[in-house]
Design a protein around this ligand. Structure first.
Ligand code: PMP
Length: 433
């Protein structure tokens, strides 16, 4: 990722050990072997070949501290949160709320109570569409998205459109997969009620000019929702510096567990929003005549939450934060460049998405073989990649494609794994060519 790869301050080049005992890497270097040692799952063979896990954009693997935090919760202090007077419930509540603090710190949220735990990014976006959307968007107003959005940032707005009579406006994507800020900004008008955009495309890796778009939206008083799913594992995210009003992401793509994600929202917006779901935990009082509700975050967390998973997400945030995220971004950028070079050299292979500012995702097709055949063959070489539409069918259509093969890199990937992929693709070429 070009931006993040550039060190923002040329400070000490000396490795140091932080409070959690992790060694911070020297500037722009990452001890990948040390990182890999934290991931038990990576040290295995498939079909007699070392596993090369290159499906991180779909879901990433879990380091020992995340597994340990979740195991510790279940083995030593697990109980339901908030309602209990007994000791375990209090300890469990402290850890659950402690995880919220860790996440707030991780994204530089101004307030901890702006962090709402959800099932994932999908639920976070649905929460905004349902709660903010139904309360504040009026028939005839527009929600502005881009053509590269994940289905989870399209369909919730369509559902709202069908309920409310709002309109969905779609800003175009360039041939190289980039989104020009002007292409979005010129669609902002007096009817725009919300701008909802990805920070990084899951299908092509393009990094969007969020800040510029947010500044333009704010100049017209329009809130901006950012889908940060594909950014949060790879770079330092500061929701304030980004200019987001809502920020959505999933735990399982940032080395945390499934079943947990986050909606961060500006406190003044959250306090004006009606409940998303009703039930236990989100009320202050209930009678058959009427109920009253808590404010954020608990007013948006109806029912027993994903307690163990939230604790795991807090551990993932701590684990990621213990690394130099600029060094992580630089490492992944080098993998992107190396993979682009190796894959470009394969005859009949075409890479989709060549944006200048790009995360470590390489989407491609091969003249010789269907994406699913490619995925199946490279699997036999121990390489895990994804083939399909990546939940971005309108984007695929933009390029006249039904699917691509996608290799997506994370903190623990290596150049040898890129070689393993490239060699396996060479076999595909020879088999089908
Ligand atoms: N947005 C983007 C950009 C994504 O990549 C994904 C997951 N592929 C989502 C949203 C949805 O995340 P989840 O399925 O974890 O809710």
């Amino acid at each position: 990722m070009t931006d993040a790869a550039v060190p923002r301050h040329a400070d000490s080049n000396v490795a140091a050990t932080d409070a959690s005992g992790h060694q911070r890497s020297a500037r722009n270097t990452l001890d990948v072997e040390r990182v890999r040692a934290d991931f038990p799952i990576l040290h295995q063979e498939l079909y007699g070949k070392p596993l090369a896990y290159l499906d991180n954009a779909a879901s990433s693997q879990k380091p020992r501290p995340v597994i340990a935090a979740m195991t510790e919760a279940m083995e030593t202090y697990y109980a339901n949160v908030h309602r209990g007077v007994h000791r375990l419930s209090q300890v469990s509540t402290d850890h659950y709320e402690g995880a919220r603090e860790k996440v707030a710190r991780f994204i530089n949220a101004p307030r901890t109570d702006e962090v709402i735990f959800t099932r994932g990014a999908t639920e976070a976006i649905n929460l905004v569409a349902s709660s903010y959307g139904r309360a504040f968007l009026k028939p005839g107003q527009e929600v502005l998205i881009t053509a590269l959005e994940h289905h989870s940032n399209i369909v919730p707005w369509q559902l709202l459109r069908d309920q409310l009579g709002i309109t969905l406006r779609v800003a175009p994507v360039e041939e190289d997969g980039s989104v020009r800020p002007e292409a979005v900004i010129q669609l902002i008008n007096e009817n725009t009620g919300m701008v909802a955009i990805s920070q990084v495309s899951n299908a092509l890796g393009s990094v969007l000019p969020v800040r510029q778009i947010a500044d333009a939206a704010h100049a017209s008083g329009i809130p901006v929702l950012v889908d940060g799913c594909q950014a949060i594992p790879h770079q330092k995210v500061d929701v304030q510096a980004l200019g987001a009003d809502f920020y959505a992401f999933s735990g399982h793509k940032m080395y945390g567990p499934t079943g947990i994600g986050v909606l961060w929202g500006r406190h003044d917006l959250l306090t004006q929003m009606p409940p998303y779901q009703g039930g236990g935990e989100m009320i202050t009082s209930v009678s058959f005549e009427e109920s009253t509700f808590k404010g954020p975050p608990h007013g948006f967390e109806a029912g027993t939450p994903a307690i163990v998973e939230a604790i795991g997400l807090g551990a993932a945030a701590d684990w990621l934060e213990a690394h130099d995220l600029e060094a992580v971004a630089a490492h992944e950028h080098r993998l992107l460049e190396y993979a682009t070079e190796r894959l470009s050299a394969i005859e009949g292979l075409r890479i989709w998405g060549r944006a200048e500012n790009k995360a470590a995702i390489v989407s491609f097709t091969m003249d010789q073989a269907h994406a699913h055949d490619v995925g199946t063959i490279v699997d036999r070489a121990g390489v895990a990649i994804r083939a399909g539409h990546h939940c971005a069918q309108p984007l695929m259509e933009r390029y006249g494609l039904s699917s691509t093969v996608r290799a997506s890199f994370g903190i623990y990937n290596t150049e040898q794994e890129v070689d393993q992929l490239a060699d396996a693709l060479q076999v595909v070429k020879e088999l089908f060519g």
